[in-house]
Design a protein around this ligand. Structure first.
Ligand code: GDP
Length: 339
């Protein structure tokens, strides 16, 4: 599901999630291994509260292992239990089950002290669209049969899937809205397929992706498309594009790269010009399916980028507020002058 997120959608998703959270002991927060920062929902900590949690980075098969290691350390230092998975192949799923068991050790030992022979644990998966929630749930459940809720207070229509012996997983994962407060994060999310392409300009999205890959993974684009990465074209180097996220120069270089990739792939229109839309579809599809290589889009620098953008946004908001106040004051003094 790839919905456009408006405040109403967010409020509804949050409500549904909060209701389901009451039924579980632990949360499996599923994120995208290529985006260990951007694919996390900014409100998740507030929604989950103090409930135990395992942080799972899925699609690890598509991510750069060296970058994944940096983020593993980053989150472990913050006290998170971190597991990387490939829900398509099933890699790492057993580690998640072990991590859930470990995170719940205290609860299990408390109830065995109280004389219980076994303690059943209830878990649920939450995450933004397209991170692999359904694939994960299917892999975890395997061929095990679904179990209808027989827990006091658990409604009959909820299905619980066996994750092994005494752990059950709610079969409907919690859907969260993606991080949409940051333009660069939105680009990265769109590149990964978590938000609709239409949210950003597709040409600019590819320009972002291609220039990012070129600077962080030198040679990857040349290898995939058999092209020589073009320099910033003269004709583009002016400031004809004023309102861009990337800046005119990076945009120009990225579009020239896209054009070269499209040419190499024969994405042409009549007359021999490159069909940039078809070229964009090829570039995005190659990236999303891992054909361009194991590439991570979130490097720890994103945190700095985010801070800088937040500062810019705050400053621009402040300027707008000041201007509004100024206009109001002018209006009042004119009105008073007329009296
Ligand atoms: P959901 O929207 O979060 O439920 O995501 P889905 O489970 O529907 O998965 C979205 C897409 O990602 C599908 O095309 C899956 O086949 C693919 N996918 C899910 N997990 C993985 C993974 O670990 N690796 C790769 N390469 N693809 C995955």
């Amino acid at each position: 599901m790839n919905v456009q997120w408006y405040p109403g959608h967010m409020a509804k998703a949050k409500r549904t999630l909060e209701e389901n959270l009451k039924l579980v002991d632990i949360v499996i927060e599923l994120c995208d291994a290529r985006l260990p920062y951007s694919s996390r929902n900014p409100a998740i900590d507030r929604i989950i509260g103090k409930k135990p949690r395992v942080l799972v980075f899925n699609k690890a098969d598509l991510a750069d292992p060296a970058v994944s290691e940096i983020w593993t350390n980053f989150y472990r230092e913050k006290g998170f239990t971190v597991v990387f998975t490939d829900a398509k192949a099933g890699d790492g799923v057993k580690k998640v089950i072990a991590a859930v068991r470990k995170a719940m050790e205290d609860k299990v030992s408390r109830s065995s002290e109280r004389g219980r022979i076994s303690t059943t644990l209830y878990a649920m998966v939450v995450g933004i669209p397209n991170v692999g929630k359904s694939s994960f749930v299917n892999k975890v459940a395997g061929k095990a049969s679904a179990k209808t809720g027989d827990r006091p207070g658990v409604t009959r229509d909820k299905q619980w899937l066996s994750m092994g012996d005494d752990i059950y997983l709610l079969d409907t994962p919690g859907l969260l809205w993606p991080r949409i407060d940051n333009q660069f994060a939105a680009m990265r999310l769109a590149a990964s397929g978590a938000v609709k392409d239409e949210v950003v300009d597709r040409g600019e999205l590819c320009a972002f992706l291609l220039t990012f890959i070129d600077s962080h993974y030198p040679g990857a684009i040349e290898k995939r498309y058999g092209i020589t990465v073009p320099e910033v074209p003269e004709a583009f180097s002016g400031d004809y594009v004023t309102e861009t996220i990337l800046g005119a120069e990076r945009l120009a270089k990225g579009l020239a790269m896209l054009e070269a990739c499209g040419k190499a792939r024969g994405c042409l229109v009549k007359g021999g010009d490159v069909d940039l839309d078809r070229a964009a579809a090829v570039v995005l599809d190659d990236f999303r399916s891992g054909k361009t290589g194991k590439i991570s889009l979130d490097f720890p620098e994103v945190l700095e980028e985010e801070k800088a953008e937040t500062r810019r946004n705050e400053e621009s908001l402040k300027r707008k507020q000041e201007k509004r106040a100024e206009r109001k004051a002018n209006y009042r003094s004119r009105k008073n002058g007329k009296r």
